[in-house]
Design a binder for this molecule. Structure first.
Ligand SMILES: Cc1cc2nc3c(=O)[nH]c(=O)nc-3n(C[C@H](O)[C@H](O)[C@H](O)COP(=O)(O)OP(=O)(O)OC[C@H]3O[C@@H](n4cnc5c(N)ncnc54)[C@H](O)[C@@H]3O)c2cc1C
Length: 359
């Protein structure tokens, strides 16, 4: 019997395993086979925002150089396609290789933790501190037992679905991303807004020799058509989006505080499985780390009441999501956005003709 079974070895699960691995008998599983070596990583923009940087500092770790990917950039280009307006704003992201970042986080998990990759949770039964988990591996099925279970299995969490079918999750978007061969090194990230495409946003991020183009779209039959429309509308802004190297997709959540669910008894949800992600920017890494650390604190206080303790500890995180919801209309309401971008508030001038810009 394990003390703790963690489902999902992404940023939230790996962080919790690192925090608990020396105190308890921990099992960490992930359905991805190649998570520890050479995988391109989860479909993600791979930007480490200041809040996520702060969490890494609180965790007492510093990023190894191998995780970084060029170019490191200091401006975001906001483009309102419907209004035909654009502005630049100073930003402090770190550009990372998501696959290498995940592998580095797993390398920090203590050796005492049993890690099983290529292993998917398919069933979860039991209560009051004794749970039976059905796991599927290419070799066959197996059942393990644990006194506590943590769902760190992302936006389409199996733990949430199996253990708490009565708790519908936050609003879902389908994120489509294309990796494109970049014509020139663009000196900015971009955030693109257009209600004809999505009520959330789209983005471009330079990654080494490639350009990442992504969009969070309403799920449905016309998502692919909306992505094509986005590409057409971006051409006049100087983006060369023809040579596609790779395509990927993932669900992305946009929560209100009431749709975040942290668990019950000794089953806890962390990271996007709980719904922790910014509804205004889709930044999720800082929430993955923060939730994992709060869950670790709650679990250390005793397994039977861990979920209740975690929910209490997470009060500031709930408030944070509420504030992000209040901020969202200033970015996503077309009229307010037009006013703010029109005013030039907090924007900066960029000399696009500067002869040194690609050096
Ligand atoms: C397109 C896109 C771009 C994004 N860009 C950024 C960004 O630039 N910066 C940022 O901060 N955030 C970004 N996010 C959000 C961020 O990726 C997530 O919030 C973050 O990865 C959540 O971490 P997590 O550990 O909770 O879940 P995940 O990273 O999703 O990890 C969940 C893990 O669980 C595993 N799993 C799932 N189901 C099972 C199962 N049944 N059994 C076993 N294992 C399972 C998965 O294989 C996965 O490894 C982006 C999201 C998307 C979709």
């Amino acid at each position: 019997m394990y003390d703790l079974a963690i489902i999902g070895a992404g940023p939230a699960g790996a962080t919790l395993a690192r925090a608990m691995g020396r105190q308890m008998k921990v099992l960490l599983i992930d359905k991805r086979e190649n998570l520890a070596a050479g995988s391109p990583g989860k479909c993600c923009g791979g930007l480490l925002a200041p809040d996520a940087q702060k969490m890494l500092a609180r965790m007492g770790v510093a990023l190894p150089r191998e995780v970084l990917v060029g170019p490191q950039i200091f401006a975001v280009r906001a483009i309102d396609l419907a209004a035909g307006r654009e502005r630049f704003y100073q930003r402090f992201y770190i550009n990372i290789d998501r696959g290498k970042f995940e592998q580095w986080l797993i390398s920090l998990v203590p050796p005492a933790v049993e890690i099983r990759l290529g292993c998917r949770l398919t069933g979860l039964k039991g209560d009051s501190g004794s749970y039976r988990l059905c796991l599927y591996r290419s070799g066959g099925r197996e059942t393990v037992q644990a006194r506590a279970v943590v769902g760190a299995d992302g936006a389409s969490s199996a733990v949430r679905r199996l253990a708490f079918p009565d708790t519908p999750g936050p609003r879902r978007y389908l994120a489509l991303q294309e990796w494109l061969q970049a014509g020139e090194a663009l000196p900015h990230f971009s955030a693109i807004f257009d209600p004809a495409i999505t009520d959330f946003y789209a983005w471009t991020i330079p990654k080494g020799e490639t350009l990442l183009l992504g969009a969070a779209l309403a799920p449905g039959k016309d998502a692919a058509a909306k992505f094509t429309l986005l590409k057409e509308k971006l051409e006049p802004y100087g983006y060369r989006l023809k040579r596609v190297i790779r395509k990927e997709s993932a669900l992305i959540l946009r929560p209100r505080p009431g749709k975040i669910f942290t668990g019950r008894e000794s089953i806890l949800l962390i990271g996007e499985a709980a719904g922790w992600i910014s509804p205004s920017s889709a930044e999720g890494l800082s929430y993955a780390f923060a939730g994992a650390l709060l869950a670790a604190k709650a679990l250390s206080g005793g397994l039977p009441a861990a979920a209740a303790a975690y929910r209490k500890l997470a009060a500031p995180l709930f408030r944070n999501i509420l504030l992000k919801n209040m901020k969202a209309p200033f970015i996503y309401n077309p009229l307010l956005r037009r006013l703010i971008m029109g005013s030039g508030l907090a924007s900066m001038e960029i000399d696009l003709e500067c002869p040194f810009r690609n050096n």
